[in-house]
Design a protein around this ligand. Structure first.
Ligand code: SAM
Length: 195
């Protein structure tokens, strides 16, 4: 019983591209009402339901408050782009590296195309920057994007740090016209950041 249909997008992507496995540490950005978190908990065994299998951990954050998901640590009412939020996430990781960063975040649209494009792109770079700082070698990254002129540059930037990148449109996402996901696998390891 998933809290919303979005679950099927992640299930489909994970079935096909294997981004989650038991024992993984996952960050879920823009997680409310929590269906991706439910999927991540199941697939990483963060609730310990799969016996004799490593137990993962899922940390989920959203601007909105949402109900607990057994097995996950929830940060409700927090802006992922705020320094305080990222500090809280870092602290709860307590030195563990992340195996998969998920972002289904959608910024509030103003209706002004250029402004919206900019805030979507900023959000993606915020996720990428966090992933680069917190990920374990070979980690994965899944980010929701909308087709716009900034995407090719974002893809090139991601490919500097990950071995493989795919732009995917899960069948479950057909209704949301220009929504896509960038799915990166094989984090090459901590880069030296210049900015
Ligand atoms: N993946 C979720 C699920 O399966 O239940 C659905 C996510 S919904 C499409 C997008 C979410 O992104 C919204 O709940 C919104 O509040 C959140 N969001 C947008 N900007 C955010 C930000 N800066 N920080 C945290 N959450 C944000």
């Amino acid at each position: 019983n998933y809290r919303c249909r979005s679950a099927f997008k992640l299930l489909e992507m994970d079935d096909k591209y294997k981004v989650l496995k038991p024992g993984d540490v996952v960050i879920d950005c823009g997680a409310a009402p929590g269906s991706w978190t439910q999927v991540a908990v199941e697939r990483t065994n963060a609730n310990g339901k799969i016996e004799r299998s490593p137990r993962g951990a899922v940390f989920s954050i959203d601007l909105l408050h949402f109900h607990a998901v057994p097995g996950a640590t929830i940060f409700g009412g927090m802006d992922f782009t705020a320094q305080l939020a990222q500090k809280r996430l870092r602290e709860s990781l307590a030195g563990r590296q992340v195996n998969c960063v998920l972002s289904d975040m959608a910024p509030n649209a103003t209706g002004v195309r250029m402004l919206d494009q900019e805030s979507i792109t900023n959000l993606c770079y915020e996720v990428l920057r966090f992933a680069l700082a917190m990920s374990a070698p070979q980690a994965n990254l899944v980010i929701k994007i909308w087709d716009n002129g900034d995407v090719p540059k974002l893809e090139r930037d991601i490919l500097c740090y990950y071995e493989k990148l795919k732009r995917v449109k899960p069948r479950a996402s057909r209704g949301d016209s220009s929504e896509h996901f960038l799915l990166a696998k094989g984090f090459k390891g901590a880069p030296t950041l210049t900015t």
